[in-house]
Structure formats: C-alpha cells, structure tokens
Design a protein around this ligand. Sequence first.
Ligand code: 4LM
Length: 396
Amino acid sequence: MAFDSSRPLGPATRAIHHGYEPADHENALTPPLHLTSTFAFPDAETGGALFAGDAEGHIYSRISNPTVSLLESRIASLEGAEAAIATASGMGAISATLWTLVKPGDEIITDETLYGCTFAFMRDGLSRFGVKITHVDLRDPEKLAAAISDTTRVVYFETPANPNMRLVDIRAVSDIARAVGALTIVDNTYASPLLTRPIELGADFVLHSATKYLGGHGDLVAGIVCGRAEPIQDIRMIGVKDMTGSVMAPFNAMLVMRGLKTLQLRMQRHCESGQKIAEWLEAQPSVSVVHYPGLPSHPQHELAKRQMDGFGGMIAFELDGGYQAGIDMMNRLQLIRRAVSLGDAETLIQHPASMTHSTYTEEERAAHGISDGLIRLSVGLEDVSDILTDLERALA
Ligand code: 4LM
C-alpha cells in the first residue's frame, strides 16, 4: 500500500522509496535488478504497437530498462522534474543532450569555466558541426543579456563551476534565456539536488555526472539529464538511442540507487566538513586564496546563501608559492588521495591545470579563470580532524 501523507514527502524519503512498492515485486525490499538486454513481446502485434509508440512498455535496454527507469524517476523527483534519462557517464548526458537540441547555425552561450571535457566537447566536437560556441562570464547576467540573440539555442553552465567555484544566478540567467526562446541547461554535479534545484529556479534541463555525489562511492561512472517529459523523450530516442548509444547499465542504476539512499546524510557531512576545512585553510599563512561559497570572502556568498541549501564539499585554493608549492604539498599527503573525480567518501585532491582542465590550452586557462596554481579538494566523509591533520602536515 502506498504511504498516504498529507504533505509532500521529504527528499531523503523520496531518495529511498520513490516509485517502488515491494508488494508489486514479490515483497522484495530492494528493487530487483533487471539484467536483460531485450524484452519478450507477448505477440507480434504488441511488439509493433510498442515500436509505433501506441503501447507502453520496454522494448530493448538501449531505450529503457525497469531498473534504470526507477532510478530515473527517483532523480527526476529529487530535481522537481517531470522526467529523466540516465546515461553511461556525465559526458554521455552532456553530449546526448546537446546533440539532440542543437543544429548547424545554432549558438550555445556557455560560461567561461566548465569541466575540462565539457569545454573540449564544445570547442572540438560541436563546433566541427557548425554550432557556434560563445563563452560569456555568466557571473554577470548583464553580460548574457548583451550577448544573447535569436540564434542562441542553449545557455549552458555549471554552478558552482568546476574547478574555480564561481556561481551563476540560475533564476536571472534562465529569465534572460527564456525571453529569446533559448533553453537553459545547468550541470548540477557539484551541488546535487539536495543543495540546488535548478528547475525550480527556471532552468529547462538539469544534468549530472552521477559518478560523483549521486553515486557517491567512487565505484561507477554514470550520468543523468532531467527536464520536461517531451524533450527528455527526444533525448532518449535521438541523443541516446541513435546518436551516442550512451545508455546506463542496469547494474550501475542499482548502485546509484544504493548511493541515493544516503545522499542527504552524505551531503550534510560534506557541507559540515567542507565549511570547517575552508575556514581552516583561509586562516593558514601559506594559503593565498580559498574559493568556497560558504566563506563570507567568496564574492558570491550572498547568491550562494539564496540559491543553495548548503555549500557542499568542493574547495579550490592556492598557495603563496604557486604551482610548485601546490604540487609539493599534494605529494606530502598521506590520507588524502591524489585522484581526479569528486563526491566520494574518500577525500580527493588534484591539480586542475595539469589534470581535469589540461584540455584547455595555457592561454585558455588564463582567459577562463583557471590559474596554474589552483588546487582542488573534494572533501570526503572521513573524520574531519584526520583530514585537517593530513593537510596541516603537508602544508608545514
Ligand atoms: C572531475 N568531472 O572533475 P563523467 N560535469 C562535471 C564534472 O565535474 C564531470 C563531468 C560532467 C571529473 C572527472 C574526472 C561538472 C567530471 C563528466 O566523468 O563523464 O561521469 O562526468 O574530476
């Protein structure tokens, strides 16, 4: 029997229960894992009707799969979206979405700072097919208003942005985009739906690298896009089914659902430890700058308080000694792992200029606000005192 509540269920409850009733599945507490590539049609006519879209059901797991569908409905619920499509990776979500939405001659206006492979996909991938890519500093919505035109099909950004923690005012930017009929797409990987819900603020699509906080355990690569039902169906049938084949495996959907069960608890801990570590770093004489939206020194702290329900676990900082001091410090760490990716239980540290953002040229990094001395920390779930001890020893 479905739980009858007089008020909407909270996000922690929906992350655990949404869309699943044990009584419909042999009373199994945990949703079954449907390891199947294809689905048997009861008769040929039904198969034809499914292909024609005149009947509802699963056909083939490159189009949909019950385990993956359950995950999609859970994340759509957390993001306040009508629908979602899960993908093999975050890059799969980004490429399937943009391949579906743009055509030659269209313009994408995107922020100056993007994850390295997203930046490369736009510069080297989409632009080869006649899509114009324009980078605008979206911290200032006025700059978007000045640059946008009728040929702008999509406005695309991350907030907080990887790796420099710049924020974008989702409501202000979506309003400007909507006025010219452009679609707003937000990469919400850094915040997770627990801290920011872009669709509630006016965005058309929100996407994630589910490899990060949604999965949360560093054991899978996955992605997801959420939005209105009709365009999400287009992304499923065009961008995923035909253009990229970037489907999420049912086993990975199962693992992401396991991750979702603790998403709220994990985000709470990431935020608490992130704030403590950011404040500690800012007080160190050898640290020249700390970028964390929960610090009053962050230039967009007021926007962060308005737009986010917590400031997350991602921190970027620079040492007085610049690049070499940062590299030396990273090499002295004993507990914190030197690794790319983020949002895991383990605290991870990396150097964007030589790692995640090495897809930018040196000149592009300088123009796009990614300095060579920047170090990125993904604060994990360990005892914060142990993370601080490791940092203290490495900075000494
Ligand atoms: C990293 N990031 O930064 P898949 N969007 C954002 C991301 O940070 C990433 C992706 C999309 C890192 C990976 C090595 C904001 C990835 C792409 O890796 O394709 O799931 O997501 O360390």
